[in-house]
Design a protein around this ligand. Structure first.
Ligand SMILES: NC(=O)c1ccc[n+]([C@@H]2O[C@H](COP(=O)([O-])OP(=O)(O)OC[C@H]3O[C@@H](n4cnc5c(N)ncnc54)[C@H](OP(=O)(O)O)[C@@H]3O)[C@@H](O)[C@H]2O)c1
Length: 297
């Protein structure tokens, strides 16, 4: 199997990673709750990703819960030394699958130990503190108390690097006053560009920006412009959406999620896709035509 074509590299957690990585959330059961229907297929996707050169994997113990971490362990442990595993803490799942905050010292400490056990690691490469002040998007409010707990766990040697997720620029500034922040994981894609200025600011500071929902997440991206561009380039709309992100800024590290080997291969091949300048301009115009539901005309 060939490695990820011409994917460029970026330093994350002290290691050089391919900018095209993989997010494991789609490997859990429906609603990111419970096990997948076909665990062997999920294991195969993970092995295929790494065999193709993916060395940045995103996960969390609240996917399943515990399901994606256990799949990663089964598929990939002992891990290749170049693999950077990024997990996140700060949420827990209700018995009905709801997403609940878990920001107390006890919950955060337990979450780090759960991740260590489920991933079978002595130290976690990167842990993102996922703000749950609003489940669906960044909301202002201090993150000092939970981040101080995570920084304590880092000092104890359980966590190498710390990132933030679902946060505002004010919270990132607050966080950087508490500990070194190596990455920010927020909702961002071709049609959801609230973080445009933040992406550029973090690029200047050498901090990775890892967009979640790069393909639109639970509502896959749809746009006539995107489809037209894809036809013209002989690519798929999802490949164009990923290539646009790769071209957007050098600090964007992609973690598209899929439960399908065919989609995984398609997504990784986006690293080969060069977007002409006029195409980038056309894609940049999509956001102006997007309605409040995220659908574009
Ligand atoms: N920090 C946070 O709060 C947060 C929130 C959400 C996600 N995340 C992370 O971000 C990662 C990416 O987000 P995501 O997986 O939710 O969304 P995504 O990558 O934007 O999209 C995933 C969806 O697109 C489909 N898909 C993938 N490749 C495709 C292709 N080539 N053609 C057609 N459909 C395709 C997948 O279905 P198939 O399975 O059928 O391919 C799935 O329904 C997650 O895996 C997770 O690690 C973080």
């Amino acid at each position: 199997m060939s490695p990820i074509g011409s994917s460029s590299l970026y330093t994350l957690a002290g290691r050089s990673v391919n900018r095209l990585g993989y997010g494991a959330m789609q490997l859990a059961g429906p609603g990111v709750f419970g096990p997948p229907k076909e665990p062997q297929a999920a294991l195969a996707v993970l092995r295929e990703a790494v065999a193709h050169g993916v060395n940045h994997l995103d996960t969390s113990d609240f996917y399943g819960p515990h399901v994606t971490n256990q799949l990663i362990r089964e598929a990939l442990h002992p891990y290749p030394k170049e693999l950077v595993l990024v997990t996140k803490i700060g949420a827990r799942r209700g018995t009905d699958g709801s997403w609940l905050p878990a920001f107390s010292r006890e919950e955060l400490t337990r979450a780090v130990h759960d991740n260590l056990r489920n991933l079978r690691l002595d130290v976690l490469d990167v842990v993102n503190l996922r703000s749950m002040l609003d489940t669906h998007g960044p909301a202002e409010g201090s993150i000092e108390a939970p981040l101080t707990v995570l920084a304590d766990l880092q000092r104890q040697g359980l966590v190498r690097y710390i990132g933030l997720s679902n946060v505002t620029p004010t919270q990132i500034a607050e966080g950087r006053g508490i500990c070194n922040i190596v990455c920010v994981q927020n909702h961002y894609n071709l049609v959801h560009r609230a973080d445009d200025a933040l992406v550029d600011e973090l690029a200047r500071d050498g901090i990775a920006y890892v967009p979640f929902f790069p393909l639109g997440g639970f509502t896959p991206l749809q746009s006539s412009t995107l489809s037209q561009v894809a036809r013209r380039l002989g690519a798929t709309p999802m490949q164009v959406a990923l290539a646009w992100l790769l071209a957007r800024a050098p600090n964007l590290l992609l973690i598209p999620g899929t439960s399908s080997i065919a989609h995984l291969r398609e997504n990784l091949a986006a690293a080969e896709l060069e977007l002409p300048t006029d195409v980038v301009a056309a894609l940049n115009g999509i956001v102006a035509q997007t309605d409040s539901t995220g659908a574009s005309r």
